[in-house]
Design a protein around this ligand. Structure first.
Ligand code: FAD
Length: 417
């Protein structure tokens, strides 16, 4: 790869402006379509900076919150493009599906990560040396020009190019020698697309904890080439010879959980969360639906406060989802208090006299943690939880047990959905 001549950035500028609505997501998708074929495959690895984003889609915050869905993206791309032309883009979209499905099979990896972040934050509070090194990294004061620039970019925009995320994570783990969980937590708090599966598992992949003996090392040459010379870090700062982190047991591979189905004839409340904000495509009749509410999990991402840009996107997305669902169902939407999900859901069920709450399946992450806690309280009160699962996830996830290369075989099935 390093023998190639770098591709210079295009002359026209294009910056991402993340407006948290489905309409904005659909517009971004339609504007990106002409570039989703061979141009994407050829140029996608270049990080030309925040003003030159024409080589990638910027769809991740929309897909992450399911303001637009993977099947919509596939269908739209396969309108103007042959599958063979758009393969590279379709595969990237499928990476998200793969990570989500894989974490469903290995939920202990998420639970371990959550415990480790809390432990690491506490340990840092007791270690002035670690705290100083951490603060330098998250304030963009390490003296490594590219790393510091990416830190500022992430905090200001809520976004980093995929390649920058890989270099950043690699420098964090192998050059700065900081705990990977604290880096993953920093990303999760600030990314507008911050996602339990894609983020945690990508950090683990860089560290060498996803595939044994395979880690990702940033090199000066690769950074120079794929930033088209914007950055040229000093060689002594970048350890491109480090060993992967010590392999950890993944815990048992678990079966995908049974999904509790909708019971007809019950007084039902529809709950929207930031895991799936496209209720217009939920396979659901409106009969018996008497109440509509929304909760946002932005503040549950970490024991440390979420970044403002990321938080605002998730909150805005929930508002947008609620207003669309309200129009669809002819119901007045309610924003429940995000501070205490269990109390909010119990109070909502009591006030509305609900016998059933229907929501979209929440994969491993903060939403599924809180829903599980709430339903331990609601079930004894006689409130049934029903979950809607999308055919996309049902088709793809059973195949996400090994590596992405095995998972790829399911993509033709997803194309036909
Ligand atoms: C350390 C690290 C942390 C990451 N954390 C997240 C995260 O929290 N949330 C997140 O959505 N992505 C994450 N990614 C994946 C990837 O960097 C982003 O999805 C991508 O950069 C988003 O920009 P885009 O929409 O322009 O992508 P495009 O290149 O246009 O890709 C199209 C879509 O495919 C999906 N996608 C692309 N690459 C990947 C990938 N490697 N893994 C998973 N999905 C992918 C996204 O939904 C994206 O919108 C992470 C990657 C790394 C290396």
């Amino acid at each position: 790869m390093s023998d190639q001549n770098p591709v210079p950035p295009p002359t026209e500028t294009l910056s991402f402006d993340f407006i948290p609505t489905r309409a904005a997501g659909l517009q971004r998708l339609s504007e990106f379509l002409p570039r989703a074929g061979k141009t994407y495959a050829f140029e996608r690895n270049y990080d030309w900076g925040p003003e030159h984003r024409s080589n990638i889609s910027g769809l991740s915050p929309y897909i992450r919150h399911r303001l637009i869905t993977e099947d919509e993206v596939f269908a739209a791309v396969l309108g103007p493009h042959l599958e063979s032309e758009a393969r590279s883009f379709l595969h990237e979209v499928a990476w998200r599906t793969y990570w989500k499905g894989w974490l469903e099979h290995y939920p202990q990896v998420w639970r371990n990560y959550r415990l480790a972040v809390t432990r690491r934050v506490r340990a840092m509070e007791k270690s002035p040396t670690l705290l100083e090194a951490y603060d330098e990294a998250v304030d963009g004061r390490t003296g490594i020009d590219c790393f510091d620039a990416w830190t500022h970019e992430l905090r200001q925009t809520g976004y980093l190019h995929n390649h920058a995320r890989m270099w950043f994570a690699s420098i964090w783990i192998f050059s700065l020698r900081l705990p990977w969980e604290l880096g993953a937590d920093f990303f999760l708090r600030h990314l507008v697309d911050g996602d339990a599966a894609s983020n945690t598992l990508s950090w683990r992949w860089v560290a060498g904890l996803h595939t044994q003996n395979k880690h990702y090392l940033a090199t000066v040459e690769n950074i120079v080439q794929f930033t088209s010379g914007r950055f040229n870090p000093r060689r002594k700062f970048i350890d491109d010879n480090a060993r992967p982190l010590n392999w950890e047991d993944l815990g048992p591979q678990e079966l995908l959980p049974e999904v509790p189905e909708i019971v007809a004839g019950l007084r039902t409340g529809l709950l929207l969360t930031d895991e799936d904000l496209s209720p217009q495509s939920w396979p659901l009749g409106t009969e018996g639906v008497v109440a509509l509410a929304g909760l946002c999990s932005a503040d549950l991402r970490s024991p440390i406060a979420a970044g403002e840009v990321a938080r605002a996107f998730s909150l805005g997305g929930v508002e947008d989802g609620l207003s669309r669902a309200g129009a669809l169902l002819n119901l007045r939407p309610q924003r429940l208090d995000d501070e205490d999900w269990v109390r909010s859901l119990v109070d909502w069920a009591k006030t509305e006299g609900l016998q059933q709450i229907v929501t979209a399946y929440a994969p491993q992450g903060p939403v599924s943690e809180r829903l599980a806690a709430a339903f331990r309280k609601l079930e004894p009160m006689g409130v049934h939880l029903a979950v809607i699962q999308r055919p996309w996830d049902q088709t793809a996830w059973p195949h996400a047990t090994k590596g992405f290369f095995q998972f790829r075989d399911v993509i033709p099935k997803l194309v036909r959905l």
